[in-house]
Design a protein around this ligand. Structure first.
Ligand SMILES: Cc1ncc(COP(=O)(O)O)c(C=O)c1O
Length: 344
Protein backbone atom coordinates (compact mmCIF):
# COMPACT_ATOMS: atom_id res chain seq x y z
CA UNK A 1 0.00 0.00 0.00
CA UNK A 2 1.28 3.48 -0.90
CA UNK A 3 -0.39 5.57 1.77
CA UNK A 4 -0.73 9.18 0.60
CA UNK A 5 -3.58 10.17 2.92
CA UNK A 6 -1.41 12.28 5.23
CA UNK A 7 2.13 12.78 6.49
CA UNK A 8 0.82 11.65 9.89
CA UNK A 9 0.59 7.99 8.78
CA UNK A 10 4.33 7.30 9.00
CA UNK A 11 5.63 4.42 11.10
CA UNK A 12 8.57 5.13 13.41
CA UNK A 13 11.77 3.78 11.88
CA UNK A 14 13.76 1.03 13.60
CA UNK A 15 16.35 3.54 14.80
CA UNK A 16 13.63 5.89 16.09
CA UNK A 17 12.03 2.99 17.97
CA UNK A 18 15.40 2.21 19.54
CA UNK A 19 15.91 5.73 20.90
CA UNK A 20 12.32 5.75 22.13
CA UNK A 21 12.87 2.48 23.99
CA UNK A 22 16.10 3.72 25.54
CA UNK A 23 14.94 7.25 26.45
CA UNK A 24 15.74 8.66 29.89
CA UNK A 25 12.42 9.51 31.49
CA UNK A 26 10.93 11.16 34.57
CA UNK A 27 7.57 12.63 35.49
CA UNK A 28 6.96 15.50 33.07
CA UNK A 29 4.18 16.95 35.24
CA UNK A 30 6.93 17.61 37.82
CA UNK A 31 9.22 18.89 35.03
CA UNK A 32 11.72 16.17 35.76
CA UNK A 33 11.67 14.26 32.50
CA UNK A 34 15.16 14.97 31.12
CA UNK A 35 14.25 14.06 27.52
CA UNK A 36 11.18 16.32 27.49
CA UNK A 37 13.26 19.12 28.99
CA UNK A 38 15.91 18.62 26.30
CA UNK A 39 13.27 18.69 23.57
CA UNK A 40 11.73 21.89 24.95
CA UNK A 41 15.15 23.58 25.10
CA UNK A 42 15.98 22.40 21.57
CA UNK A 43 12.71 23.67 20.09
CA UNK A 44 12.97 27.03 21.86
CA UNK A 45 16.48 27.46 20.51
CA UNK A 46 15.58 26.44 16.95
CA UNK A 47 12.67 28.88 16.90
CA UNK A 48 14.54 31.70 18.63
CA UNK A 49 12.12 31.79 21.58
CA UNK A 50 12.72 31.82 25.34
CA UNK A 51 10.90 28.60 26.11
CA UNK A 52 8.68 25.85 24.70
CA UNK A 53 6.24 23.33 26.14
CA UNK A 54 5.81 19.78 24.80
CA UNK A 55 2.17 18.77 24.31
CA UNK A 56 0.45 15.69 22.85
CA UNK A 57 -1.00 17.23 19.66
CA UNK A 58 -0.95 20.22 17.36
CA UNK A 59 -4.61 20.78 18.08
CA UNK A 60 -3.91 21.06 21.79
CA UNK A 61 -1.00 23.38 21.09
CA UNK A 62 -3.17 25.73 19.02
CA UNK A 63 -6.01 25.54 21.52
CA UNK A 64 -3.68 26.39 24.38
CA UNK A 65 -2.34 29.35 22.39
CA UNK A 66 -5.87 30.69 21.84
CA UNK A 67 -6.56 30.38 25.56
CA UNK A 68 -3.23 31.99 26.50
CA UNK A 69 -3.84 35.11 24.41
CA UNK A 70 -7.57 35.74 24.80
CA UNK A 71 -10.46 36.02 27.18
CA UNK A 72 -14.01 34.84 26.50
CA UNK A 73 -15.81 37.11 24.05
CA UNK A 74 -12.66 38.12 22.16
CA UNK A 75 -12.45 37.95 18.38
CA UNK A 76 -9.56 36.12 16.69
CA UNK A 77 -8.61 36.71 13.07
CA UNK A 78 -7.69 33.63 11.03
CA UNK A 79 -7.59 32.61 7.39
CA UNK A 80 -10.94 31.15 6.30
CA UNK A 81 -9.30 27.78 5.60
CA UNK A 82 -7.14 27.70 8.74
CA UNK A 83 -6.80 24.41 10.60
CA UNK A 84 -7.88 26.30 13.73
CA UNK A 85 -11.15 27.19 12.02
CA UNK A 86 -11.86 24.14 9.89
CA UNK A 87 -10.49 21.16 11.74
CA UNK A 88 -10.49 21.87 15.46
CA UNK A 89 -14.21 21.22 15.84
CA UNK A 90 -15.24 24.58 17.25
CA UNK A 91 -12.54 24.25 19.91
CA UNK A 92 -11.92 28.01 19.84
CA UNK A 93 -15.49 28.62 21.02
CA UNK A 94 -15.55 25.57 23.29
CA UNK A 95 -12.26 26.05 25.10
CA UNK A 96 -11.71 29.80 24.95
CA UNK A 97 -15.15 31.29 24.24
CA UNK A 98 -13.81 33.28 21.30
CA UNK A 99 -15.25 34.09 17.88
CA UNK A 100 -13.15 33.42 14.78
CA UNK A 101 -13.27 36.14 12.12
CA UNK A 102 -12.12 34.67 8.78
CA UNK A 103 -10.11 36.44 6.08
CA UNK A 104 -9.86 35.06 2.57
CA UNK A 105 -6.72 35.05 0.49
CA UNK A 106 -4.83 33.04 -2.09
CA UNK A 107 -2.70 30.16 -0.87
CA UNK A 108 -3.70 30.62 2.78
CA UNK A 109 -2.40 34.16 3.07
CA UNK A 110 -3.95 37.58 3.55
CA UNK A 111 -2.66 41.12 3.43
CA UNK A 112 -1.88 43.75 6.02
CA UNK A 113 -4.65 45.87 4.46
CA UNK A 114 -7.19 43.07 4.97
CA UNK A 115 -6.10 42.75 8.57
CA UNK A 116 -6.45 46.48 9.18
CA UNK A 117 -9.93 46.46 7.63
CA UNK A 118 -10.98 43.53 9.85
CA UNK A 119 -10.21 45.34 13.09
CA UNK A 120 -12.98 47.77 14.01
CA UNK A 121 -11.78 51.34 14.19
CA UNK A 122 -12.95 53.24 17.25
CA UNK A 123 -15.64 55.72 16.24
CA UNK A 124 -15.70 59.08 18.04
CA UNK A 125 -19.49 58.85 18.45
CA UNK A 126 -19.53 55.33 19.90
CA UNK A 127 -17.80 53.88 22.94
CA UNK A 128 -15.16 51.23 22.18
CA UNK A 129 -17.04 48.55 24.15
CA UNK A 130 -19.56 48.43 21.28
CA UNK A 131 -16.98 46.97 18.88
CA UNK A 132 -15.74 43.40 18.60
CA UNK A 133 -12.64 43.11 20.77
CA UNK A 134 -10.11 41.71 18.31
CA UNK A 135 -7.08 40.60 20.31
CA UNK A 136 -5.27 37.93 18.30
CA UNK A 137 -4.35 37.04 14.73
CA UNK A 138 -3.29 33.52 13.71
CA UNK A 139 -1.26 32.58 10.63
CA UNK A 140 -0.58 29.06 9.30
CA UNK A 141 2.74 28.18 7.64
CA UNK A 142 2.77 25.97 5.67
CA UNK A 143 -0.95 26.22 5.01
CA UNK A 144 -2.51 22.77 4.93
CA UNK A 145 -5.88 23.33 3.22
CA UNK A 146 -4.41 25.84 0.75
CA UNK A 147 -2.07 23.13 -0.56
CA UNK A 148 0.92 23.09 1.78
CA UNK A 149 1.69 26.63 0.70
CA UNK A 150 4.35 28.86 2.21
CA UNK A 151 3.73 32.41 3.42
CA UNK A 152 5.65 35.03 1.51
CA UNK A 153 8.09 36.31 4.14
CA UNK A 154 7.70 39.98 3.18
CA UNK A 155 3.90 39.81 3.28
CA UNK A 156 4.10 37.97 6.59
CA UNK A 157 6.32 40.67 8.06
CA UNK A 158 3.91 43.38 6.88
CA UNK A 159 1.00 41.52 8.49
CA UNK A 160 2.94 41.09 11.74
CA UNK A 161 3.95 44.75 11.84
CA UNK A 162 0.38 45.82 11.21
CA UNK A 163 -0.88 43.42 13.88
CA UNK A 164 1.55 44.91 16.40
CA UNK A 165 0.41 48.41 15.46
CA UNK A 166 -3.17 47.33 16.12
CA UNK A 167 -2.18 45.92 19.52
CA UNK A 168 -2.88 42.30 18.54
CA UNK A 169 -1.10 39.19 19.76
CA UNK A 170 0.24 36.92 17.00
CA UNK A 171 0.16 33.12 16.91
CA UNK A 172 1.68 30.92 14.23
CA UNK A 173 0.30 27.46 13.50
CA UNK A 174 3.57 26.06 12.22
CA UNK A 175 2.54 22.41 12.25
CA UNK A 176 4.68 22.09 9.10
CA UNK A 177 7.07 25.00 9.69
CA UNK A 178 9.91 22.50 9.04
CA UNK A 179 8.57 22.17 5.47
CA UNK A 180 8.40 25.95 5.05
CA UNK A 181 12.05 26.21 6.12
CA UNK A 182 13.09 23.35 3.81
CA UNK A 183 11.23 24.88 0.86
CA UNK A 184 12.57 28.40 1.26
CA UNK A 185 15.96 27.87 2.88
CA UNK A 186 14.91 30.48 5.46
CA UNK A 187 15.98 29.77 9.03
CA UNK A 188 13.26 28.55 11.39
CA UNK A 189 13.94 31.37 13.83
CA UNK A 190 13.44 33.90 11.04
CA UNK A 191 10.13 32.29 10.07
CA UNK A 192 9.06 32.33 13.74
CA UNK A 193 10.23 35.90 14.45
CA UNK A 194 7.55 38.38 15.45
CA UNK A 195 5.10 35.74 16.69
CA UNK A 196 4.19 35.61 20.37
CA UNK A 197 3.63 31.86 20.16
CA UNK A 198 4.45 29.20 17.58
CA UNK A 199 3.02 25.68 17.32
CA UNK A 200 5.21 23.03 15.68
CA UNK A 201 4.42 19.32 15.17
CA UNK A 202 6.77 16.33 15.27
CA UNK A 203 4.19 13.76 14.14
CA UNK A 204 3.96 14.94 10.51
CA UNK A 205 6.93 15.33 8.17
CA UNK A 206 9.43 14.54 10.93
CA UNK A 207 7.96 11.06 11.33
CA UNK A 208 7.67 10.94 15.14
CA UNK A 209 4.71 9.00 16.52
CA UNK A 210 3.31 11.74 18.77
CA UNK A 211 3.80 15.31 19.82
CA UNK A 212 3.86 19.04 19.24
CA UNK A 213 5.32 22.03 21.02
CA UNK A 214 4.24 25.57 21.72
CA UNK A 215 7.13 28.04 21.84
CA UNK A 216 7.16 31.66 22.96
CA UNK A 217 8.31 34.00 25.70
CA UNK A 218 8.93 32.58 29.18
CA UNK A 219 5.78 34.36 30.36
CA UNK A 220 3.55 32.95 27.60
CA UNK A 221 4.94 29.44 27.96
CA UNK A 222 4.45 29.53 31.75
CA UNK A 223 0.81 30.39 31.13
CA UNK A 224 0.63 27.70 28.43
CA UNK A 225 1.83 25.09 30.95
CA UNK A 226 -1.16 25.95 33.14
CA UNK A 227 -3.63 25.38 30.27
CA UNK A 228 -1.81 22.22 29.16
CA UNK A 229 -2.63 20.81 32.60
CA UNK A 230 -6.22 22.10 32.54
CA UNK A 231 -6.81 20.60 29.07
CA UNK A 232 -5.59 17.22 30.35
CA UNK A 233 -2.24 17.33 28.58
CA UNK A 234 -0.07 16.60 31.62
CA UNK A 235 1.61 13.40 30.50
CA UNK A 236 4.01 11.60 32.76
CA UNK A 237 6.98 9.64 31.31
CA UNK A 238 6.59 11.58 28.07
CA UNK A 239 10.33 11.38 27.46
CA UNK A 240 9.65 8.29 25.35
CA UNK A 241 7.63 10.49 22.99
CA UNK A 242 10.07 13.39 23.22
CA UNK A 243 12.87 11.02 22.20
CA UNK A 244 11.03 10.29 18.93
CA UNK A 245 10.56 14.02 18.36
CA UNK A 246 14.25 14.77 19.02
CA UNK A 247 15.24 11.97 16.65
CA UNK A 248 12.96 13.38 13.94
CA UNK A 249 14.39 16.89 14.42
CA UNK A 250 17.92 15.59 14.09
CA UNK A 251 17.53 13.02 11.31
CA UNK A 252 14.42 13.78 9.26
CA UNK A 253 14.51 17.53 8.69
CA UNK A 254 17.08 17.55 5.90
CA UNK A 255 15.19 14.94 3.91
CA UNK A 256 11.94 16.96 3.70
CA UNK A 257 13.23 18.33 0.39
CA UNK A 258 12.84 14.79 -1.00
CA UNK A 259 9.14 14.81 -0.09
CA UNK A 260 8.77 18.17 -1.82
CA UNK A 261 10.47 16.86 -4.97
CA UNK A 262 8.28 13.72 -4.94
CA UNK A 263 5.14 15.84 -4.51
CA UNK A 264 6.14 18.07 -7.43
CA UNK A 265 6.88 15.09 -9.74
CA UNK A 266 3.58 13.46 -8.81
CA UNK A 267 1.67 16.74 -9.34
CA UNK A 268 3.18 17.29 -12.78
CA UNK A 269 2.55 13.68 -13.81
CA UNK A 270 -1.11 13.58 -12.78
CA UNK A 271 -1.75 17.08 -14.14
CA UNK A 272 -1.01 15.65 -17.58
CA UNK A 273 -4.11 13.41 -17.30
CA UNK A 274 -7.26 14.59 -19.08
CA UNK A 275 -9.59 14.49 -16.11
CA UNK A 276 -7.21 15.91 -13.51
CA UNK A 277 -6.30 19.48 -12.80
CA UNK A 278 -3.61 20.57 -10.38
CA UNK A 279 -2.88 24.17 -9.51
CA UNK A 280 0.86 23.66 -9.81
CA UNK A 281 1.47 27.02 -8.15
CA UNK A 282 0.02 25.60 -4.94
CA UNK A 283 2.42 22.65 -4.91
CA UNK A 284 5.15 24.26 -2.85
CA UNK A 285 5.95 21.54 -0.31
CA UNK A 286 4.75 17.96 0.37
CA UNK A 287 0.98 18.26 -0.22
CA UNK A 288 -0.79 17.88 -3.56
CA UNK A 289 -4.45 18.80 -3.95
CA UNK A 290 -6.08 18.12 -7.29
CA UNK A 291 -9.48 18.44 -8.93
CA UNK A 292 -11.19 15.59 -10.72
CA UNK A 293 -14.88 15.14 -11.71
CA UNK A 294 -15.61 12.44 -9.09
CA UNK A 295 -13.11 12.45 -6.24
CA UNK A 296 -14.61 9.49 -4.32
CA UNK A 297 -14.79 7.28 -7.39
CA UNK A 298 -11.15 7.96 -8.24
CA UNK A 299 -9.97 7.44 -4.65
CA UNK A 300 -11.89 4.13 -4.42
CA UNK A 301 -10.50 2.94 -7.76
CA UNK A 302 -6.91 3.80 -6.81
CA UNK A 303 -7.32 2.04 -3.48
CA UNK A 304 -7.97 -1.25 -5.25
CA UNK A 305 -4.56 -0.76 -6.93
CA UNK A 306 -2.84 -0.06 -3.60
CA UNK A 307 -2.79 3.76 -3.53
CA UNK A 308 -4.58 5.42 -0.64
CA UNK A 309 -5.56 9.11 -0.88
CA UNK A 310 -8.27 11.31 0.65
CA UNK A 311 -11.32 12.67 -1.15
CA UNK A 312 -11.69 16.00 0.62
CA UNK A 313 -14.69 17.23 -1.35
CA UNK A 314 -16.85 16.05 -4.26
CA UNK A 315 -14.12 16.98 -6.74
CA UNK A 316 -11.02 17.41 -4.55
CA UNK A 317 -8.38 14.78 -3.77
CA UNK A 318 -5.34 15.15 -1.53
CA UNK A 319 -2.10 13.20 -1.81
CA UNK A 320 0.67 13.74 0.75
CA UNK A 321 4.33 12.81 0.47
CA UNK A 322 6.34 11.70 3.48
CA UNK A 323 9.05 9.51 4.98
CA UNK A 324 7.39 6.23 4.01
CA UNK A 325 6.92 7.16 0.33
CA UNK A 326 9.93 6.79 -1.96
CA UNK A 327 10.41 8.50 -5.34
CA UNK A 328 9.54 5.15 -6.97
CA UNK A 329 6.34 4.89 -4.91
CA UNK A 330 5.41 8.42 -6.00
CA UNK A 331 5.97 7.61 -9.67
CA UNK A 332 3.98 4.35 -9.36
CA UNK A 333 1.14 6.19 -7.59
CA UNK A 334 1.03 8.81 -10.37
CA UNK A 335 0.81 6.04 -13.00
CA UNK A 336 -2.07 4.42 -11.15
CA UNK A 337 -3.92 7.72 -10.69
CA UNK A 338 -3.53 8.57 -14.40
CA UNK A 339 -4.59 5.12 -15.50
CA UNK A 340 -7.61 4.99 -13.20
CA UNK A 341 -8.78 8.54 -13.97
CA UNK A 342 -8.75 7.74 -17.70
CA UNK A 343 -11.06 4.77 -17.23
CA UNK A 344 -13.64 6.48 -14.98
C1 LIG B 1 -1.88 23.07 9.96
C2 LIG B 1 -2.22 22.11 11.03
N1 LIG B 1 -2.31 22.55 12.29
C3 LIG B 1 -2.60 21.74 13.31
C4 LIG B 1 -2.80 20.39 13.11
C5 LIG B 1 -3.20 19.51 14.26
O1 LIG B 1 -2.26 18.56 14.60
P1 LIG B 1 -2.70 17.24 15.38
O2 LIG B 1 -3.22 16.30 14.37
O3 LIG B 1 -1.41 16.79 16.02
O4 LIG B 1 -3.72 17.62 16.39
C6 LIG B 1 -2.71 19.88 11.80
C7 LIG B 1 -2.93 18.45 11.54
O5 LIG B 1 -2.87 17.97 10.44
C8 LIG B 1 -2.42 20.77 10.74
O6 LIG B 1 -2.34 20.35 9.47
Amino acid sequence: MIDLRSDTVTNPTTEMRRVIAEADVGDDVYHDDPTVNELERTVAELLGKEDAVFVPTGTMSNQIALRVHTEPGDTVIVHAAAHIRRHELGGAAHNSGVTLAPLDGRYGGFTAEQLTAAVPEPHPALPSHLFDPVTLVCLENTHNDAGGTVWDIDEMRRVLKTASGLGLKKHLDGARLWNAAAATGIDLAVLAAGFDTVNVCFSKGLGAPVGSALAGSAKHVARARRFKQIFGGGFRQAGMLAAGALFGLEHHRERLAEDHANARSFAEAVNAADKIEVDLGSVQTNLVYFETPDASALVDACLTDGVSMLALGPTTVRAVFHLDVSAEDGARAADIVRHRSASL
